[in-house]
Design a protein around this ligand. Structure first.
Ligand code: NAP
Length: 344
């Protein structure tokens, strides 16, 4: 205040009037709209508010987020158990899938420059996708496929990487093999069917009655309505099972795999005794960010071998509704939060 009065004396009233805003601009950190979780609980703890805009570290890019994908893990991250498991601390911004435009790069970034369209799977500990700006490393991000919108691209990373790492990295699925994909109409399943077909495999996929046509559109050779038919009556001696359902579905899956075959589950511990009993292999998977794999997936999208099914979008401010939908366990394809207008 003392300084302000002195300056007023020297320079007059105009300078004095703008002083507060100048000093304010110097100290104020840039903010952004975001969904912030301050306490654990149901979807109602998701608050749409102003939050500090992140600054990229030297190994990070700052992304202006156009769209953010919604996944079952986003819903889980609001529980203390999951937060502890992932290393999340309150308060935090949820969301692991983003598509947007690089705004700024850290000193060590070589792969990206400002203006590049990217999509990314953000580390589970850091999240930050439900916001106007998010930071990502070069391992987490890849060039966004040009042939799809940012909204579609935001629905890709987590689920496509999961399907890829389950079928290609873990199960080593090859042409001519048969794979049973549970939950074929959901986020992971819709990509898994298409990745398996692109590999030249035969696909048997399960979903409820309303999603039988979708399974066929995605390329499944055999569609099984789990509400009307036991999958084990149709799928016998398969090479690979991808399980995203667990419980009874996983328990009944060991018996449909041929000797030497493999089960990959996303949602449970594998039962070694069951594996031994059937002479098969099996593993649980925790998806990891992988820029190279995201690039490979992007190529399949550009070649039109993978299409992205976005069944519903919500504005960022409606994240509560989006998480209520994903928590049903019956989402068709992907749901996506629209954060900003699609760039022209
Ligand atoms: N471990 C990991 O790294 C990892 C990574 C990604 C996801 N996940 C987990 O994998 C699960 C699936 O993820 P998502 O993103 O695909 O979920 P999603 O988009 O909600 O899809 C779930 C799908 O499962 C189907 N479904 C429900 N009950 C079924 C049953 N009894 N038999 C066959 N299909 C059934 C639903 O189809 P209908 O509507 O037709 O029933 C729905 O399409 C979630 O639990 C998620 O947390 C784990």
């Amino acid at each position: 205040m003392k300084i302000a009065r002195q300056v007023t004396f020297v320079c007059g009233i105009t300078v004095a009037a703008i002083l507060p805003s100048i000093s304010g601009a110097q100290s104020a950190k840039p903010t952004m709209k975001a969904i912030v979780v301050h306490e654990y609980g149901g979807p109602e703890v998701l608050k749409y508010e102003d939050a500090p805009r992140p600054e990229p570290k030297e190994d990070q890019i700052l992304v202006r987020v156009i769209a953010a994908g919604v996944n079952p893990v986003d819903d889980a991250s609001r529980s203390p158990r999951a937060a502890k498991f992932f290393g999340i601390t309150l308060p935090f911004i949820p969301g692991y899938d983003i598509a947007g435009v690089v705004e700024k790069t850290g000193a060590k970034i070589t792969k990206f420059k400002a203006g590049d369209p990217v999509y990314a799977y953000l580390d589970l500990k850091d999240g930050g996708g439900y916001a106007e700006y998010a930071v990502a490393t070069e391992v987490e991000a890849a060039a966004k496929p040009k042939s799809i919108s940012f909204t579609e691209a935001a629905g890709v990373p987590v689920v496509a990487l999961t399907a890829w790492q389950a079928l290609i990295d873990k199960a080593k699925l090859s042409a001519g093999q048969t794979v049973l994909i549970h939950g074929g109409s959901g986020g992971v399943g819709s990509f898994a069917i298409q990745i398996a077909k692109a590999r030249g495999a035969k696909v048997i996929a399960t979903a409820s009655t309303a999603n039988q046509n979708l399974l066929k559109q995605l390329g499944a050779d055999v569609a099984v309505d789990y509400t009307k038919q036991k999958f084990e009556d149709v799928a016998k001696d398969v090479d690979v099972v991808l399980d995203s359902v667990g419980k009874d579905t996983l328990a009944r899956s060991y018996g449909v795999v041929k000797k030497g075959g493999v089960i990959v589950t996303l949602v449970a511990r594998i039962d070694q005794a069951e594996l031994d009993k059937h002479g098969i292999r099996g593993t649980s998977l925790a998806v990891e960010p992988d820029s190279n794999e995201l690039t490979e997936i992007g190529k399949l999208i550009e070649e039109k071998k993978i299409k992205v099914i976005v069944s519903k979008t919500f504005p960022l401010a409606d994240a509560v509704k989006a998480q209520e939908q994903i928590a049903t366990g019956h989402t068709r394809g992907k749901i996506v939060l629209k954060v900003a207008e699609e760039p022209k």
